[in-house]
Write a protein that binds this ligand. Structure first.
Ligand SMILES: Cc1cc2nc3c(=O)[nH]c(=O)nc-3n(C[C@H](O)[C@H](O)[C@H](O)COP(=O)(O)O)c2cc1C
Length: 206
């Protein structure tokens, strides 16, 4: 089994004090408490040319490399006019660069979806949009998503959301990303053990 679990967080908004980014940071903190190594790609790191319009920039390469070596992914977007933001969608379009990998796109990774908006309708439609993109990228959206009403929301100095139900949602999503990876690692390990045992038995029979 791999020594460490790497969880990449992608999202936020370009707005100073972005609630979406704070929610993503709170989720990554929760992942760290579970034992994950985490990396955040937010406003500055996602300041990328429109995918396909220019050669890959160092920021784009850093994002692609981090996703390539990840074991789990968290995506956080505001709902803009009922869907995920252009900035987050553009970042996800860069995942096309992983299309020829042995493990293409988001293959084999759980993806936790986080959406912040003012209204419930917009939260729901953006979660559906985000999950559709994750499916297209062969990722496994977790059963729970975090749909967060951003109105009056605050985060403490410790990074946790002051609204316990929101903090719980974020932690539940992270736990599902974590558990999925643990199950996959365990399965891979058991398959390897079975293979070694089979080879040993074949050797004995010969
Ligand atoms: C361009 C734009 C479109 C938005 N559209 C919606 C919307 O359709 N429904 C909604 O509830 N909130 C909408 N919002 C509010 C955002 O969802 C809200 O600003 C977000 O939850 C928090 O973003 P932040 O991470 O920048 O704090 C919109 C905001 C912007 C800037």
């Amino acid at each position: 089994m791999k020594a460490s679990t790497r969880i990449v967080g992608i999202g936020g908004t370009a707005r100073q004090d972005s609630t979406t980014e704070k929610a993503l940071r709170a989720a990554l903190d929760a992942a760290q408490r579970l034992g994950a190594q985490t990396e955040l790609f937010s406003a500055d790191e996602l300041d990328l040319p429109m995918y396909g319009s220019a050669a890959l920039t160092p920021k784009a390469t850093a994002l692609i490399d981090a996703i390539r070596s990840s074991d789990g992914i968290l995506i956080a977007s505001p709902s803009y006019h009922g869907s995920i933001s252009g900035q987050v969608k553009n970042a996800l379009d860069y995942v096309e660069e992983l299309s020829r990998d042995a493990r293409p796109y988001f293959e084999g990774r759980a993806v936790g979806c986080i959406v912040c908006a003012y209204g419930a309708q917009s939260i729901g439609t953006a979660i559906i949009a985000m999950r559709s993109v994750v499916h297209a990228l062969r990722g496994w959206p977790t059963p729970l998503a975090a749909g967060i009403s951003a109105v009056g929301l605050s985060f403490g100095a410790d990074g946790r959301c002051s609204e316990p139900s929101v903090q719980q949602q974020l932690e539940a999503v992270v736990a599902q990303v974590w558990d999925f990876n643990q199950m996959r690692s365990h399965m891979a390990h058991m398959t390897h053990v079975a293979h070694v045992a089979h080879m040993a038995r074949s050797g004995e029979a010969a």
